[in-house]
Structures are given as structure tokens and as C-alpha cells.
Design a protein around this ligand. Sequence first.
Ligand SMILES: [Zn+2]
Length: 314
Amino acid sequence: MALTIGVDIGGTKIAAGVVDEDGRIVEHLLRPTPARDPERVAESIGEVVKELAKDREIEAVGLGAAGFVDETRALVRFAPNLAWREEPLQRKVSHLVGLPVVVENDANAMAWGEARFGAGRGESHLVCVTVGTGIGGGIVFDGALYRGRWGMGAELGHMQLVPEGRLCGCGNLGCWEQYASGNALVIEAREIAEADPGRAATLLEIAGGKPELIEGSAVTEAARRGDSAALAAFSAMADWLAQGLCDLAAILDPGCFILGGGVSTAADLWIDQVRDGFTANLTGRGHRPAADIRLAELGASAGLVGAADLARIR
Ligand SMILES: [Zn+2]
């Protein structure tokens, strides 16, 4: 069976694996990312690929990169959390490992992994929303990954939903990910705790007494213990998530949405509200099928598996 290697390159770690045609991971490796040095990143990728390819016949390599990847799937134009600027990653890694290489945006790779082997199996039109620190997105349109004209499509987290809203890392105001991500959850919880400490008693106790010390894990724990501020922060996030999904459905009319990322590990605290908000506000509701809202199934390996599969499509 033809094997490919998928590599998921994040801001802190490189996850790589040998993947078969059915999306099964045959072998898996994890390394820290030397984030500040593009040459070292390419070398580290080369090392893990060579280690995995030893004594195996490998067809190609797919790299999922946390950045803006060009339409030829060769160049990382810009990466907010890594030192890449106009980085010719395909050429560098291909030269190091002697195999065909494709580069894909990491959220696109995740979406493809879920579409082929995870929660989106059998669905030709879907949108994958990765709710982590920010919001990543991937669109599968008519059975193929939709990249846009220049490879920059599906940056869903940067839809500007709130006029004059919170400043985003991208430089614009009011982006979706400033309201419906893990970061947004923390911002919201801190704001409530600052304004009304009595309401956030449990949350503040867990976080060490100060609003600025509140982190995502504390919000989750406090919400599970019934803290009113923590529950309100989750509720606000869920409403914004639902709103964004309604907008995406108005444009794309997908068969399903797949929600993944770090915040989805606490999905029991918000998924019902997202589903309810979506069906209550969807344009044309009652006269159209509503997209199914599902949780991702492949977890942290979705990007690696998707990148490996995309390496077959050259
Ligand atoms: Zn933005």
C-alpha cells in the first residue's frame, strides 16, 4: 500500500507521521519547533522525514504549516507565530529529503483530514472550524479543498463581525476570532471578573485571586463548578460561534460544519447553545435543510493525516 508522510508544523511542535491510504498512522514522531530560525525549522522537518522514511517506500510528503501558503503550495508567504517570510519551504525540504513535497495551510490540512477520514466522511460540502487560541478554517467544496485564487482563502477567523470591535492580531478590528475562540473566552471571563468579582468567586479562587491571572483551563473548571462568570463567558463565545456559522451557511450552504481545536475538548459546555443559536438565526430557516454541526473526530492528528493525504494529490 502506498505510504506518504504528513508533517504538522505548529508554533511549538512538529508532529509527523507515516500515513497509509486509509488515513491510518503507521508511525508517529513529535519534535519541538525551533520557531525563530527558518533554516532550523526546515532542517528539523528534513530530519523527522528521513527518520520516518528509513527502510520504507514513501511516495510524497505533505507539510501542514501554520501560515499563509501560496496557491502553488510551495511558499509560506507569512506566518504569525513562526519566522517564515516568503519562505520557499517546498524547495528546501524537497532538497533535503529527495522526495516530492507539497505545503498546505495547517487548518486546510485539518479540514481535509476530517473530510476524508473523520467527522466529514462522505460529505462533499463542508466547513471545518478550528476553535483554539484563534479560529482556523478549511472549506471543502464539491469534494475538493477550496483554497481561493491565491491560496489565502478560508481565513474564517478574520471575518470582521463587530464594527469597531476588539483589535485582532491581524491588525483589523472586530474579527470573529476575537469573540469566538479560546482567547476570546479568557478575555470575556477576565472582563466579567473585573467588573463583578462577586459573580466570579469560584473562577477567581481557581485563578489565584486576580482577573489577569485567569486562563482558559480555569474558565473551564469554574464553569463545571457552576461559576456564573465562567458560564457567561462560555455562553458569549457560543453565541458568537453560532452567529459566524450562520453567516458562513448564508454564503456556502455546507452539508455540515465540523468544530475542532482545543476549545472543543470542553464542547459539552457550549455545543448545544451553538446548535440552538444556529437553527434560530439561520437565514431561510424552516425552508431549507440546516447544516449538521459535528465535533471533529481525529483530534490533534487531523492536520498530519490531512497533509499526508493531500501529498497524494499533486
Ligand atoms: Zn483578524
